[in-house]
Design a protein. Structure first.
Length: 263
């Protein structure tokens, strides 16, 4: 399974550099591009802060399937555009502009601290008809090696941050950073109404290989399944924006429709 980055990811590296600072700011076999990994032994870690007490919206959560979603609600010719790591004040608005121009709805997998720092963008994403996805608090791509308490904290605290930032709209999916799912983390998310979300097409846009390479990757890997992974934060996303500008009309010209991942 592809891991995006090393260790605790770029958010963890940035946040971890400040000692004592409080955190603020992947059904037919066609869709099995990612396999469910086995639970990894959990090393001893420090006990994380307990998640906030349940709110009214928490109590309304209805459990969903624990299996990792890949298929599209739009059917066999549907594609799911998913955008990870934001929201970001520079790149998220540019992505939203393109989605609006080409009449495309997407799923935004948000990092909790980013959502908390930019609630106006979270609200804009919701207002424009897109769906929210929990991408944990600190984007730790090795969280499957951490304790169950840590995994739970990362998922539930991010859920709370995103819900508060959106004005009460809860995330509908959970995507583990770098695909670092465990059976336990999937159970936690599904119990809160968040379907574990995988991907079929990894554009690797976070490596900034060039817009041509990103476009070529999508065209080559689309046979793997409908869920395409892009990023709107974590660095300069000029190439991602340009690739989307080319791919969104191309996908429609090929007879694809845009939808959301199944729940």
């Amino acid at each position: 399974m592809t891991r995006h980055g090393n260790g605790r990811g770029w958010y963890g590296k940035v946040l971890g550099a400040a000692v004592g600072v409080v955190v603020l700011a992947t059904g037919a076999s066609l869709w099995t591009a990612q396999a469910d990994p086995a639970e990894a032994p959990a090393p001893k870690t420090s006990t994380p802060a307990a998640p906030a007490a349940p709110t009214t919206s928490d109590k309304a959560a209805k459990p969903v399937s624990v299996t990792i979603a890949h298929a599209s609600e739009a059917g066999p010719r549907g594609v799911n555009i998913t955008i990870d790591d934001g929201p970001d004040p520079v790149w998220t608005p540019r992505v939203l502009d393109l989605l609006r121009t080409y009449r495309v709805k997407a799923t935004f997998c948000m990092v909790g601290t980013q959502a908390k720092a930019h609630p106006d963008l979270v609200k804009k994403v919701v207002a424009e008809g897109h769906r929210l996805c929990d991408h944990t608090v600190s984007h730790n791509t090795a969280m499957d090696k951490d304790s169950q308490a840590y995994q739970k904290q990362q998922i539930l605290d991010a859920e709370r941050m995103i819900t508060e930032a959106s004005g009460g709209v809860r995330p509908m999916y959970y995507r583990a950073p770098g695909g670092a799912f465990t059976p336990y983390s999937r159970e936690v998310a599904a119990s809160r109404g968040m379907r574990p979300l995988g991907w079929n097409v990894d554009t690797k846009d976070f490596e900034r290989p060039g817009a041509d390479a990103i476009v070529a990757t999508v065209k080559k890997q689309l046979r793997n399944g409908p869920t395409i992974l892009f990023h709107d934060a974590g660095g300069d996303r000029t190439q991602t924006v340009e690739a989307l500008r080319r791919l969104l009309p191309w996908l429609r010209e090929q007879g694809y429709s845009f939808g959301f991942p199944v729940r």
